[in-house]
Design a protein around this ligand. Structure first.
Ligand code: NAD
Length: 259
């Protein structure tokens, strides 16, 4: 049987990179992506390919632009022959009170964290329908289920991702294509690292206090989740064992949303 191909958006760092490694280790061809086109991006693809003995390509596409989102999927299919698993992971964050929230930051967060998943999903579904099998896995967030102050755009986008996830699941339910979301709590990645100075400013606290009392306040385990744990959840949702899991979300949040 031909190898399946997985496309992971925003995957030269953090959770996307962890998911790309996990999918490559599970035997998928993998397309990794970001908006840059540096030698190190292509080297990263070679590194993952060599480590897991599978096909890996880096394709540049800016997830804030609809035409580039769709082109990513078509280029992935042209490279490996199919798009079987789509992981919508690209995301950015910005923290400010809603009445001071810059409009351009709102627009960028909605475009990258939500609208990109609409475009990539719309472009990938014809390939999945043709193959009679597919997996759409959206990296949402505990903030798809709960709110925190100062994150209006991010919380709105992630709630939107869960709505998109459920709607797509219903539309393709009889085609052996599933659509699910993963809702991580805090995972210590560059995105989270970059929030710490803003949170320190917003809460007037030092780094350690912000981590303990603000970031991990709701995470009952008081531990960050890891990119490997999110990657393993992606691989599970892509597996045949998860064929009857669709239109739902799996929280990997150390008990945050149990509260
Ligand atoms: P990260 O900053 O390490 O990675 C984000 C990735 O998105 C990078 O590869 C970056 O290059 C890419 N990206 C950003 N803008 C892009 C664009 N315009 N086009 C293409 N790619 C773009 O962050 P992360 O923590 O790994 O976050 C990944 C996803 O997980 C995001 O959707 C984020 O909201 C979600 N998430 C993260 C956490 C966490 O605690 N880290 C928790 C819940 C959800």
């Amino acid at each position: 049987m031909a190898k399946k191909t997985a496309v992971v958006t925003g995957s030269n760092s953090g959770i996307g990179l962890g998911s790309a490694h996990a999918l490559a280790a599970a035997g998928y061809n993998v397309v990794i992506n970001s908006f840059t086109d540096r030698p190190e991006d292509h080297d990263l693809a070679k590194e993952i390919a060599a480590k897991h003995s599978t096909g890996v390509a880096y394709i540049k596409a800016d997830m804030s632009k609809g035409d580039e989102c769709r082109a990513l999927i078509d280029q992935a299919a042209a490279t490996f022959g199919s798009v079987d698993v789509l992981v919508n992971n690209a995301g950015i964050q910005f923290v400010a009170p809603v009445d001071e929230f810059p409009t351009e930051k709102w627009d960028a967060i909605i475009a990258i964290n939500l609208t990109s998943a609409f475009h990539t999903t719309a472009a990938a579904l014809p390939y999945m329908k043709k193959a009679g099998w597919g997996r759409i896995i959206n990296i949402a967030s505990a903030h798809g289920l709960r709110a925190s102050p100062f994150k209006s755009a991010y919380v709105a986008a992630k709630h939107g991702v869960l709505g998109l996830t459920k709607t797509v699941a219903l539309e393709v339910a009889e085609k052996h294509i599933t659509s699910n979301a993963i809702c991580p709590g805090y995972v210590l990645t560059p995105l989270v690292e970059a929030q710490i100075p803003d949170q320190m400013k917003a809460h007037n606290m030092d780094r350690e206090t912000v981590i303990r009392e603000v970031m991990l306040d709701k995470q009952a385990t008081k531990e960050f989740a890891t990119v490997d744990q999110i990657g393993a959840t992606v691989v599970f949702l892509a597996s045949d064992a998860a064929a009857q899991i669709t239109g739902t979300s799996i929280s990997v949040d150390g008990g945050w949303t149990a509260q």
